[in-house]
Design a protein around this ligand. Structure first.
Ligand SMILES: [Zn+2]
Length: 439
């Protein structure tokens, strides 16, 4: 297979990638804009857009911001609320693969930024049924997460008549350079279906065999254009206006607001995916089983482009992480009610023959970037590394918690010092007042 001569992406990247005459991928070329565009001017442009949506009556929110509690959540709210002084409504779709650390980060976000929030928890049994169906039909355990997080905030924007939804980075531009930053691509139903839902929209999930009805999938139905136009809802991506550097942004959030990071099993990046038990685990393992590469390739490619890692260092990390079978797989099997055999049967049907070949009962990786360390042209397009790449692991706010199990919902306070559950004026409860809680 063909691999980018600068980063680690293969030609079978599911979001479509192209290579130029020097063998450099479209994602790397668009990424060069990060060092070329006048970002101060683009930040001012963002300010003008936001200003035009500021609610003048004082009776409504200025914008809707979808937030998971992990990934770029803190940075987005920091930017919108602290830098641009907007009043956002925070909207959360509960993916139900929550980690306790993710719940703590979400609670931290809501309180350090003093935000109003709306969240949606769907019927847990239905989500399991839907996930078994998406596994069987297209080998994905993450459809509901992607569809829910990209639909519910738009539905809320419509219902609350808030015309602006603010997303973080446009992943398809950042990874594979589908659009230039200058295109200022916005979120639409079409973008959502084609790029992030594997071509399966909510209506496609209706399935008599799995007992999934039109009514069941209503929470995933993207509002229709005529509904959106009554409020004038549009969705912008901050990454088109701010020079996106997820690592630097997370480090600022750790220092300023106490964002918690966590060690991950299948990648060196300790900042992203900490809110989800499976995103960097079984979900990523499925990606590896389908395409022959995983998140560690995404993360290393990004660091190579940001000049913090050499291509060779990235390939070493791919070698170290991408083959690991994640420890959360049994947890997912138990949650979903699938057997290990059903899991592998579901995924094996979608193995890309460019990456995998069946040899008897076993699957063999046909090719990997590990075989392409010294491809011709690599030195000619090499970016000079200008800094080291260290990801921090922060201490836990709840050191005694067992972290390796999912949690549907969490307490949004921990003790009197945390999260405004009690004001500072309160003294700790005396043991005698705590009834039977303490013997
Ligand atoms: Zn590349």
């Amino acid at each position: 297979m063909r691999y980018c001569t600068r980063c680690l992406y293969p030609e079978n990247h599911p979001l479509n990638i192209t290579f130029d005459a020097e063998g450099v991928c479209s994602g790397c070329r668009v990424h060069e804009e990060k060092d070329e565009l006048p970002w101060a001017e683009r930040g001012q442009r963002l300010g003008q857009i936001l200003e035009s949506y500021r609610n003048q009556s004082g009776r409504n929110f200025d914008c809707v911001v979808p937030v998971s509690g992990g990934k770029d959540s803190h940075f987005i709210i920091h930017t919108i609320k602290k830098v641009y002084g907007m009043n956002p409504l925070v909207v959360t779709f509960n993916q139900e693969y929550n980690t306790k650390r993710g719940i703590r980060n979400l609670a931290n976000l809501l309180t350090v930024f003093d935000c109003d929030q709306i969240s949606l928890q769907l019927n847990p049994d239905f989500l399991k049924r839907l996930t078994r169906s998406s596994m069987r039909r297209f080998g994905s355990m993450y459809w509901h997460c992607l569809a829910g997080t990209q639909t519910f905030p738009v539905q809320i924007a419509l219902r609350f008549r808030v015309p602006l939804v603010i997303w973080g980075v446009h992943g398809w531009s950042d990874q594979v350079g589908q659009f230039s930053h200058l295109d200022e691509v916005e979120m639409t139903k079409k973008v959502r279906k084609e790029h992030s839902l594997m071509g399966f929209d909510a209506e496609d999930m209706i399935c008599a065999e799995d007992g999934i009805t039109r009514r069941d999938v209503q929470p995933f139905i993207y509002p229709y254009d005529n509904e959106l136009s009554t409020v004038g809802v549009r969705g912008i991506y901050l990454g088109n206006y701010i020079r996106w550097d997820s690592k630097k942004q997370h480090e600022l959030m750790i220092e300023k607001y106490g964002y918690e990071s966590a060690k991950q099993e299948r990648t060196f990046n300790t900042y992203e995916d900490v809110e989800c038990l499976h995103s960097a685990g079984t979900h990523d393992y499925i990606k590896f089983l389908k395409y022959g590469y995983g998140k560690v390739t995404d993360h290393a490619s990004r660091e190579i482009r940001l000049k913090r890692m050499t291509r060779e260092e990235g390939i070493e990390l791919v070698r170290e992480y991408s083959h690991k079978i994640p420890a959360d797989l049994p947890i997912f099997l138990k949650w979903s009610g699938m057997t290990e055999g059903q899991f592998y049967d579901s995924v094996n049907r979608f193995r890309d023959p460019r990456a995998w070949k069946k040899n008897g009962a076993h699957w063999e990786l046909v090719d990997s970037v590990e075989n392409h360390v010294k491809d011709p042209g690599v030195d000619r397009v090499r970016l000079e590394k200008i800094e080291e790449c260290h990801f921090r692991i922060t201490p836990s706010r709840e050191p005694d918690a067992i972290e390796d199990e999912p949690i549907l919902m969490g307490r949004s306070y921990l003790n009197k010092y945390n999260y405004k559950a009690l004001t500072d004026a309160h003294e700790p409860l005396a043991p005698s007042l705590m009834g039977g809680l303490i013997s």
